[in-house]
Design a protein around this ligand. Structure first.
Ligand code: 5GP
Length: 175
């Protein structure tokens, strides 16, 4: 995509500042614990990679993959697991890290899956909240930024066709 097609909604500096604050809070919350951090792929990879570097906590990383969008800019409403964890989650403190919550269907599905494995605790943190589009109630412990009802990409999130995840800012298509 062409950089004249989009505008910056949240700059790389603001993103880093928000994540740094959250990392410090999580360092306090998980003090003395050994936790499992689960970035939800693919969109959550960049957020999680930055976040864990701001966390002074003993942690292991596992991955879960979910897909709901396909090649569209609207959620299909159907969630598929594309990658599963390898470590047991039973008896563990789990931190789920997601890029964006839109309808809530993906997180509802993934939280149910994780809870069925009996972790000691589950905390869900999300970089972006598109609250106006919520279809199901989901418990999220922290969302860093609110975004309007627009298709956003960059900083881990893809533009149509799976591109532009490497942009440092969160951007939206010009209306
Ligand atoms: P939900 O299941 O909450 O409707 O959607 C969550 C998933 O849809 C996210 O993990 C993300 O992959 C994708 N998604 C939702 N809104 C957007 C958006 O504005 N841009 C991009 N690139 N993906 C989105």
């Amino acid at each position: 995509m062409n950089d004249t097609d989009w505008e910056v909604l949240i700059s790389a500096d603001r993103i880093q500042e928000g994540i740094r604050k959250l990392g410090a809070e999580l360092t306090e919350i998980y003090s003395g614990k050994k936790i499992i951090v689960i970035p939800l792929l693919r969109g959550g990879f960049m957020f999680a990679a930055d976040l864990v570097r701001y966390m002074d906590v003993d942690l292991q990383i596992e991955f879960l993959g979910a897909a709901s969008y396909g090649e569209q800019t609207q959620s299909s409403g159907e969630v598929r697991l594309t990658l599963d964890t390898t470590l047991p989650l039973s008896g563990r403190d789990v931190l789920l890290v997601e890029d964006i919550i839109d309808t809530g269907l993906t997180l509802a599905y993934i939280q149910k899956l994780i809870k069925s494995r009996n972790p000691t605790s589950l905390r869900t943190i999300v970089l972006l909240d598109k609250e106006i589009r919520r279809k199901v109630a989901v418990e999220v412990n922290e969302c860093i930024f609110s975004v309007p009802d627009r298709f956003v990409f960059g900083y881990g999130l893809d533009s149509p066709g799976g591109f532009d995840r490497n942009l440092p800012d969160i951007v939206a298509l010009k209306e």
